[in-house]
Design a protein around this ligand. Sequence first.
Ligand SMILES: [Zn+2]
Length: 179
Amino acid sequence: MKLIILDRDGVINEDSDDYIKTEQEWQAIPGSLQAIARLNHHGYRVIVATNQSGLARGKLTLKEFNKIHRKMHTHLSQYGGVIEAVFFCPHGPDDGCTCRKPKPGLFMEIEKRLRISLHDVIAIGDRLSDIEAALAIGSKPLLVRTGKGQRQIDQGIIPGDIPIYNDLAHATSAILEAG
Ligand SMILES: [Zn+2]
């Protein structure tokens, strides 16, 4: 299956400790949108799976959330890229949901909705929680140093066998070179 799962904040766009709350705050990481377009052009479907507890915390409304994604899709389309779908967890850490990463619920939802298996599908994130969610469902996690990535590497919490790339652009080049 030529499919890639991407985390959003810290992978596609610059992360913020205070959540991405407005479309103005959504700023693509240099090269990330071009990388998604490259994946598309090589036949990969790209899907986003993202924790968005800012919704549960009242940091932003669903309306603003949708505007942010309109901006993301519009900017991406300028490079000829497409994100097929955005799966998100709107809950907070204490809500006891099954979709907030590191739980694999978002990945399971993707499998269900698209009627596919995510086994061996590459999933790219900037946090241990992204890696754990991917591993839980048998996907192949990659870590990027952008977002929280470098900080988590420095903290020594990233398993040693997880491939690490500077950013989505570098991860994409490696994926495409590997075929
Ligand atoms: Zn959830």
